[in-house]
Design a protein around this ligand. Structure first.
Ligand SMILES: *Cc1c(COP(=O)(O)O)cnc(C)c1O
Length: 358
């Protein structure tokens, strides 16, 4: 037998694929998962009922055009249904966008550190990534504007930024968008928009409405608590939604997810109540961490960021030993998801026990 193996694209040798946040290892009694920015709450009973009902028709293909969900999203935000495109999670829509722009020479620009899917999905799409370092844990929009070339096809602006939690301001984003060529698409990744309370934060819907080259990415995974069902969407003008409809994997949004997302929009008041509870906990956790002596940038998502640099892995290990899974990003810091009060308290106790704060 020869030692030849099937040949794959060289780009696959450069990365390991997406690494999800770990579950806690069960070394002690407590076991708390604060590593994936999930909702700590079970799906609403009304939504579970709809999912169960949809399961009885699972022998049928889902609606490929997701007509009911698309129109529910459109009416929720007061936009035309033609301006909405759904996908398999917002990472699915992200991949559709990258497939729509990716070709040798095309540049995709984003801040770094930011959402870890951007670099590898860009490479997979045969495009070139251009990463602009964060400044004070937030987007350095002037530096990003300076990095635009005539090859820039797509710019991701993640606000709140995963994993640092900062938002871009409306005025600074407007000034940035004024410098972006009209043939270059800017995608605001708003996975955590429901958690934002900073009054100066960018209003994505207003910016999209007046700019054909701006689109929003949103998801049912975080505030709506449906991470397991994989439904995300884009709001943008028709040339953009048409492009991503063409790169959609057929039937990528399954029928349980479509039904659950429609039911979640209908149950929004209950979900808003949960979001408010997480925001209260976020502000409490940040306040207590500051009191313990940690550096914690302003947090506008359902997570906080500890800029521990090289000590990120060691701190995550210490938390894990206390039964709390958090998410280290070497060599920058640790992201900690906000959950319910007992889980957050378990994390705060682990943080208080850690000797070397920063
Ligand atoms: C979680 C997350 C997403 C992905 O969400 P899905 O809809 O579950 O694919 C997208 N962008 C950012 C910044 C995220 O943190």
């Amino acid at each position: 037998m020869s030692d030849q193996t099937p040949r794959f694209r060289q780009v696959l040798d450069q990365f390991a694929g997406y690494k999800p946040g770990k579950a806690p290892s069960l070394r002690r009694g407590t076991s708390v998962k604060l590593s994936a920015n999930e909702s700590p709450y079970d799906p609403l009973p009304s939504v579970v009922g709809v999912i169960a009902e949809a399961a009885t028709r699972a022998n049928r293909y889902p609606d490929n055009a997701a007509v009911e969900l698309t129109s529910a999203i459109a009416s929720r935000f007061g936009v035309p249904p033609a301006h909405v495109a759904v996908g398999c999670g917002s990472v699915g829509v992200m991949q559709q966008l990258l497939e729509a722009v990716g070709e040798p020479g095309a540049e995709v620009l984003f801040a770094w550190r930011s959402f870890e899917a951007y670099p590898y999905l860009t490479e997979l799409a045969n495009a070139t990534r251009v990463e602009v370092p964060l400044r004070d844990y937030g987007h350095d929009l002037p530096a990003m504007a300076a990095a635009i070339t005539d090859r820039t096809r797509l710019i991701f602006v993640c606000t709140p930024n995963n994993p640092t939690g900062t938002v871009v301001g409306h005025a600074e984003l407007t000034e940035f968008l004024d410098q972006v060529p009209e043939d270059c698409l800017v995608v605001l990744d708003e996975a955590y928009v429901q958690y934002v309370r900073d009054p100066d934060a960018a209003d994505g819907l207003a910016l999209y409405a007046s700019r054909p080259n701006v689109a929003l990415l949103r998801t049912f995974s975080k505030a709506y608590g449906l991470a397991g069902l994989r439904v995300g969407y884009l709001i943008g003008h028709e040339p953009v939604t048409q492009a991503v409809r063409k790169t959609l994997l057929p039937f990528a949004v399954n029928s349980l997810g479509q039904a659950a997302a429609v039911a979640s929009l209908a149950a929004e008041p209950e979900l808003v109540d949960r979001v408010e509870r997480v925001i209260k906990e976020r502000d409490r956790v940040r306040h207590e961490l500051l009191g313990q002596g940690w550096t914690v940038p302003p947090a506008e998502g359902n997570f906080v960021w500890l800029p521990l640099a090289e000590r990120a892995a060691e701190f995550a290990e210490a938390c894990d030993a206390a039964g709390v899974a958090v998410r280290p990003y070497m060599p920058d810091g640790v992201r900690v998801t906000i959950a319910d009060a007992p889980a957050n308290d378990a994390f705060l106790a682990a943080a208080a026990d850690y000797p070397h704060r920063a």
